[in-house]
Design a protein around this ligand. Structure first.
Ligand code: ADP
Ligand code: MG
Length: 173
């Protein structure tokens, strides 16, 4: 099987970290939709949101998803990728969708320990744990319904990657 592997989940769940490990293990390409968007637009996510609003950002995000999806590719998606039905359907039909599941408190502690890894403006302007609780509340059902496999992302990144390989019956390259 060489169809793309899509990693979904909230900011901080490890999509970039685990995605890079998986790409290495499988000899696949790695793409991050947020990084791709920044490269093609020359703007950060925050810049795009400031100029075009979240709606403009979401539209560009769909284009980025479609542009980077290819065989033998790991795609780390933005936390809100599942909000649009077109994105959910595209990922489900094109490849394997993996939800990296973690609790709001784990996500919040990762994001406050490494604020530079959170490239997005906060969604609510509220304290990070509260925000993650609210974001998960809004999105958990979408992550769950979109995922082909749900993986516990609150273990070391190497173990998360190994469980994904198991779930997909893929061996290391
Ligand atoms: P995402 O791309 O989903 O937003 P990242 O891969 O950027 O998440 O990870 C966010 C932060 O959490 C980084 O500082 C990263 O080192 C850390 N991290 C990611 N996965 C794990 C993990 N399984 N265990 C502990 N820390 C992790
Ligand atoms: Mg990321």
């Amino acid at each position: 099987m060489s169809s793309p592997i899509f990693l979904i989940g909230a900011r901080g769940c490890g999509k970039t970290t685990v995605g890079e490990l998986l790409a290495q293990a499988l000899g696949y390409d790695f793409h991050d939709t947020d990084h791709y968007l920044q490269q093609v637009s020359g703007q950060t996510v925050a810049d795009i949101v400031a100029a075009e609003g979240w709606e403009g950002f979401r539209h560009r995000e769909t284009q980025a998803l479609m542009a980077v999806s290819a065989p033998e590719t790991i795609v780390a998606t933005g936390g809100g990728m599942v909000l649009a039905e077109i994105n959910r359907r595209f990922m489900q039909e094109r490849g394997s969708v993996i939800w990296l599941q973690a609790s709001a408190s784990v996500l919040a502690s990762r994001l406050s320990a490494y604020p530079q890894s959170s490239q997005r403006p906060t969604l609510t302007g509220r304290p990070i744990t509260e925000e993650m609780t609210e974001v998960l509340h809004q999105r958990e059902a979408l992550y769950q319904q979109t995922a082909h496999h749900i993986i516990n992302a609150m273990q070391p990144p190497e173990q998360v990657a190994a469980q994904i390989l198991d779930a997909l019956s893929l061996a290391r390259a």
